[in-house]
Structure formats: structure tokens, C-alpha cells
Design a protein around this ligand. Structure first.
Ligand SMILES: CC(=O)N[C@H]1[C@@H](OP(=O)(O)OP(=O)(O)OC[C@H]2O[C@@H](n3ccc(=O)[nH]c3=O)[C@H](O)[C@@H]2O)O[C@H](CO)[C@@H](O)[C@@H]1O
Length: 338
């Protein structure tokens, strides 16, 4: 099959495009990526050898704009839609697979207007606006939070499963701010660092590129040897060495932690559309497999309590929430369908 993967903007969407495209490629399919010149799409895929073709079209988000800005953004989407339609034709695409985000709009809409089967993977517990709009036109809609035909295991990189282990003692804590880092989590990490250090707990901290210098300097000043990363391609390896995570609840990070069986204290990004990060974390909490607290001043005490609690029970519960091979099952379903 010739498959087009589209979507992006942030790492949480792009990592799904990566995982599905790698699986499709390993099964002998030809793969194209259509993303945007805005956001992180080029950072992830401009030099990728995975895709047979990559295209970055000029688009920006439409939802948060008003007046002339909205019209200009819609005009760009329209032009990108025409370009996507011609790419679908020239590539002889059998299907378009959307991983959501504003980068997904042109190629997904072009799939609908050209009668090319559209498949959607929704990462979050609350469906995004574009996916809600396109869902009725999609051949299939995949979600890890829904039961029944739509259910899929989140397409997490196999490495997280291969090195999963039950955690029972906290020797290393990892702070994860998502693909762009999170200032609140950085500040919290720096506040709790002396306490962790006194307990002999090692710190790994992925803080986002913008905050890297500040965070590194703060640990240096404390005299604490923390491992600090702005952006790293080694998250899976860092997770292997960690026993407990303090993390935003972006969907990909959340399911990676779940696959690795790392108990996590989630602090959702409060401004995520429709509060979806809170609902992502709720899924884990409702299964008694982690902690979730809104960002607020008194949070440090709750975090200390969680770190000192029975983490083994949470680690075991996580293992029951996800199975491996999520990506293969999605691609298999598309193969059978086409
Ligand atoms: C602010 C915002 O709107 N964030 C959204 C974005 O999150 P965001 O882009 O932060 O995505 P996630 O936390 O879901 O995933 C980040 C991905 O990037 C990887 N990674 C991260 C940091 C790093 O240094 N290196 C690295 O490789 C992680 O391992 C993970 O695979 O997309 C998610 C999936 O739709 C949503 O749930 C989030 O709400």
C-alpha cells in the first residue's frame, strides 16, 4: 500500500506518525509524511530516512485566531488542501492516516474530497476539534480510551515494553515536561530537589530547550548532580533507569510511562484544549494506577507523599492498561480494510 501520514505540531502527535510509519514500512508499505512548516514537524522529519517523501505545507492553527488572522489561516489551509490533493494523486495513495493537530487539516480534508480512505488516530481522552469534524467521514477512528471496535492499544515504541519492570522502590525520579518542557514542573523539580537529594534519590530532568540553561544552573548552585536535558532522543533509555515520574499528561508520554510500568504523578497542562490532559490522566487514576493533581502551590506535599507510598501496587496496575503492538494492529486493520 501507499500510505500518507499527516498531522503534527507537537511531539505528542509526531511520535505517533513515527510509530505507525515505521510499522507500515517494516510491513513493506510505501510511506509519505505531510506536515506543516509551523510547529515541530520539520524538526522531527525534515531529515528522516524513514519516509519515501516528506512535505511541509504552509499552515497555522485556525482555532485560536479571530478576524483577519482567521481568514488568512483558512486561506493557507485551502491552498495546502489543493496541494495535498495533488500529492494524494501523484503518490497513488491508498489511504491517509491522520494523527491530528493543525498540520493534519489539509491532507485529511483532501482525503475526504478526493474519496481516499481516511483513518484517524486520536491520542487524547477528549477528541480534538479537527478530529471531531472529520470523524464521520473516516473509515475508522482509533482511540485508547474508547471500548469496542474503536479501541486500540496506544502505539508506543516497543522499547518501553521490552524494558518494563515493576517498580517497588524510588531510587531515581524523572521529571518530564512533554516535548516543549513545562515551567511549572521545572520549578517544582527545583523546589523538591534538596529533599530528594537528602533521601539519596537521583534526579533526571527533561526541562525543554528554553529552560535548559536556567535549570542546569539552579542544580549547579544547589550542588546537586542532576541529569538535565533540554530535548533528548533518549527518553526511553532515561525511563528505563527511572522508578517514578513527575510529568505533564500529554498522551504519548502518559502511555509510554504506562508501557514501562513507571508510576507517575501527573500534573496536567491546565490550558490544553478542553482540558484533555486532565482527562488523559483521569484514565490512569480511574484505574488506580497513578496520581493526578492540578498545578497549585501546596502540590509539593502531595508529591512527597506519593513518592513515599506503595508504588509497587501502581506499577503493577499500569501493566494491565496497555498491550504492545498497538501500531501493528492499526496497520493490520487498514491492510484488511483496503
Ligand atoms: C501543550 C500541549 O498541547 N501538549 C499536547 C501535545 O503534547 P506533547 O507534544 O508534549 O506530547 P506528549 O507528552 O504526548 O509526547 C511527547 C513525545 O515526545 C517525546 N519526547 C519528549 C521530550 C524530549 O525531550 N524528547 C522526546 O522524544 C516523548 O517521549 C513523547 O513521545 O500532544 C499530546 C498528544 O496529542 C497532547 O496530549 C498534549 O496535551
Amino acid at each position: 500500500m501507499n500510505l500518507i501520514f499527516t498531522g503534527g505540531g507537537t511531539g505528542g502527535h509526531l511520535v505517533i506518525a513515527l510509530s505507525l510509519a515505521e510499522t507500515a514500512r517494516s510491513r513493506g508499505h510505501t510511506v509519505m509524511f505531510i506536515g506543516s512548516t509551523s510547529g515541530q514537524d520539520r524538526q522531527w522529519f525534515a531529515n528522516s530516512t524513514l519516509f519515501d517523501e516528506v512535505h511541509f505545507l504552509e499552515t497555522t492553527g485556525v482555532v485560536n485566531k479571530s478576524g483577519f488572522g482567521k481568514l488568512a489561516a483558512l486561506w493557507k489551509v485551502f491552498k495546502a488542501l489543493l496541494k495535498s490533493r495533488s500529492l494524494i494523486r501523484s503518490f497513488h495513495a491508498d489511504a491517509v492516516v491522520s494523527v491530528g493537530g493543525f498540520s493534519a487539516a489539509p491532507a485529511s480534508m483532501a482525503a475526504v474530497v478526493s474519496g481516499t480512505p481516511l483513518y484517524i488516530h486520536e491520542q487524547n481522552a477528549v477528541t480534538g476539534k479537527l478530529n471531531r469534524l472529520l470523524r464521520p467521514y473516516a473509515r475508522a477512528f482509533f482511540s485508547s480510551y474508547e471500548e469496542g471496535d474503536n479501541h486500540c492499544d496506544y502505539p508506543v515504541n516497543p522499547r518501553y515494553f521490552e524494558n518494563a519492570r515493576i517498580r517497588s522502590e524510588v531510587k531515581t525520579v524523572i521529571f518530564l515536561g512533554g516535548s516543549q518542557g513545562a515551567k511549572f514542573i521545572n520549578d517544582l523539580a527545583l523546589e523538591i530537589a534538596p529533599w530528594l537529594h537528602d533521601k539519596g534519590i537521583h534526579i533526571i530532568h527533561q526541562c525543554g530547550l528554553k529552560e535548559e540553561d536556567r535549570v542546569r544552573a539552579a542544580y549547579h548552585e544547589f550542588g546537586i548532580e542532576a541529569e538535565v536535558y533540554g530535548f533528548t532522543t533518549q527518553i526511553a533509555e532515561l525511563c528505563e533507569r527511572s522508578d517514578f515520574a513527575v510529568s505533564r499528561s500529554g498522551a504519548s508520554t502518559l502511555w509510554e510511562l504506562c508501557a514501562a510500568k513507571i508510576p507517575a504523578f501527573f500534573i496536567p497542562f491546565p490550558y490544553a484544549a478542553a482540558d484533555h490532559q486532565y482527562h488523559n490522566a483521569r484514565y490512569i487514576i480511574d484505574h488506580n494506577a497513578g496520581w493526578c493533581e492540578r498545578q497549585s502551590e501546596g502540590i509539593i506535599l502531595k508529591l512527597q507523599e506519593a513518592i513515599q507510598s506503595d508504588i509497587r501496587a501502581k506499577s503493577e496496575a499500569l501493566g494491565k492498561l496497555i498491550a504492545s503492538n498497538g501500531a501493528a494492529h492499526i496497520i493490520e486493520k487498514i491492510e484488511k480494510d483496503i
